[in-house]
Write a protein that binds this ligand. Structure first.
Ligand code: ARG
Length: 462
């Protein structure tokens, strides 16, 4: 094999050891920055020509060839592979092999330190856009299920104990709400990666009359060039911030996944997983397992791990660039790929499964779900103080438990015998009425949930 020529080779006699190359080479990871790094190099080379820092014809040749390389990479005709240390070295070598000496001028007035920060920010911006769409797909699936089950009442749980009746749609929209927050961040909170580091050089700027504003404009960095060259090459806050939001989305996914696992268990029986989104057992023929949800829950740990990993990398670094920073990309790429995959599998799981209204009815029959309602009846219609009402219904529940009965097994007559103050409570012993009494913003009344649904549909269609 031809000996590799490193971009920093001049002052070295021999090449690095195999061990140093093994720990340092990153082309196999950062190759996916190629389109972004080329885009930044094009803007840089164009500016160098305009400012007469390099000959105009060299600038034009560089821009032309880099544009061709980018298209060829995208079509698969050009593969980013080789013996190079990283993607930046690969691009420069390939360019120079193609256009000769003009290619050697592309690295004027820049360093790989400002180059990698720029390409990585462009990647994060692009990834945030993809996430926005994938999060929106999952939210749509939740909203569609909520829409088609809007009549179904289920127990609402606190402490994983049955508490009060609630619309299943309200529960599904609670998950939608968490993804709505993620969507918001991926859409708008681009401030962390919206200023352009290019032109910062290795750490102190460059001794040429560069036009950083023009480069930032061409690359669509909304906030223009970065303010401090040292921070520009040292900063990975944007990556940490992005990882935090990936971790937050993963946590939201994991909580939805946990609900899916519960709902699809024989104990709940509330969700029938579609054939396409469940798997069987190699020994138990009857099994239908929620693997997509379980793996989503399982993969959340590694996404959180990447956030903690990068923060740990950053915490001890002196200004400015340190090679430790190279660890940023593997963390972000893996967290990003993992979250996109989990978003897709959870979207499919929600869209291709079916809720069972008959199971919902069964679930309502245990857990004295209308106990609070009965206390509220005493407060509203019998003017009993809530604390006393709580006590009265508490005693009732104890008696029912001792008799092996549920509140849903008895009627007004039975209750009035237990305590005459329950006379007239029949209207309060109805699940639908209990739900619909919570008729205020954020409540589970059918009217309110339908409003929420309409708002979601509007939001998702715009
Ligand atoms: N591959 C390096 C990284 O990802 C690029 C910058 C290298 N700079 C340097 N001075 N060695 O951080």
């Amino acid at each position: 094999m031809k000996k590799r020529k490193a971009v920093w080779g001049g002052r070295f006699k021999g090449g690095p050891t195999a061990s140093l190359r093994a720990i340092g080479d990153s082309l196999h990871i950062d190759k996916r920055l190629a389109p972004f790094d080329i885009q930044a190099s094009i803007a840089h080379a164009r500016m160098l020509g305009k400012q007469r820092i390099i000959p105009k014809k060299d600038s034009a040749a560089i821009v032309r060839e880099l544009t061709r390389m980018k298209a060829q990479i995208e079509s698969g005709k050009l593969v980013v592979e080789g013996d190079d240390e990283d993607v930046h070295s690969w691009i420069e070598r390939t360019l120079t092999e193609r256009i000769g000496d003009a290619g050697k001028r592309v690295h004027t007035a820049r360093s790989r330190n400002d180059q990698v920060a720029t390409a990585f920010k462009l990647f994060v911006g692009d990834a945030a856009t993809t996430l926005m769409w994938r999060v929106s797909d999952l939210t749509s699936a939740l909203v569609m299920q909520a829409d088609s089950t809007v009549d179904v009442i289920v127990p609402a749980y606190t402490h994983l104990q049955r508490g009060q009746p609630v619309l299943l749609a309200h529960h599904l929209l609670a998950h939608a709400e968490s993804f709505g927050d993620d969507y918001g961040w991926f859409t708008t909170a681009t401030v962390y990666f919206e200023d352009c580091p290019l032109g910062s050089g290795a750490a102190t700027g460059v001794p040429y009359r560069i036009d950083r504003r023009a480069v930032a404009r061409e690359l669509e960095f909304q906030m223009g060039p970065t303010e401090n060259s040292m921070y520009s090459v040292a900063n990975r806050d944007f990556a940490a911030e992005f990882l935090f939001h990936l971790a937050m989305t993963a946590v939201h996914l994991s909580r939805l996944a946990e609900d899916v696992c519960l709902w699809s268990s024989s104990e709940f029986g509330l969700l029938e997983l579609g054939d396409s989104v469940s798997t069987g057992s190699s020994i138990m023929p009857q099994k239908r397992n929620p693997d997509g949800a379980e793996l989503t829950r399982g993969k959340t740990g590694r996404v959180i791990g990447h956030l903690v990993g990068l923060l740990t990398t950053l915490k001890g670094l002196p200004m400015t660039y340190n090679r430790d920073l190279q660890e940023d990309k593997e963390a972000v790429f893996d967290a990003y790929d993992t979250v996109v995959m989990c978003l897709r599998v959870m979207t499919d799981t929600i869209a291709q499964s079916r809720f069972r209204p008959e199971a919902a009815e069964r679930l309502l029959r245990k857990g004295h779900l209308l106990a609070t309602e009965l206390a509220d009846f005493l407060v509203t219609e019998k003017r009993v103080a809530f604390r006393d009402a709580h006590e009265i219904v508490g005693k009732l529940v104890r008696t029912l438990d001792e008799a092996g009965k549920d509140l849903s097994d008895v009627d007004e007559k039975w209750l009035a015998k237990f305590d005459p103050r329950f006379k007239g409570c029949a209207r309060w012993l109805d699940f639908r009425r209990a739900v619909d009494r919570r008729d205020h913003v954020g409540g589970t009344a059918t009217r309110q949930v339908k409003k929420q649904l309409a708002a979601w549909k509007h939001r998702l269609s715009t």
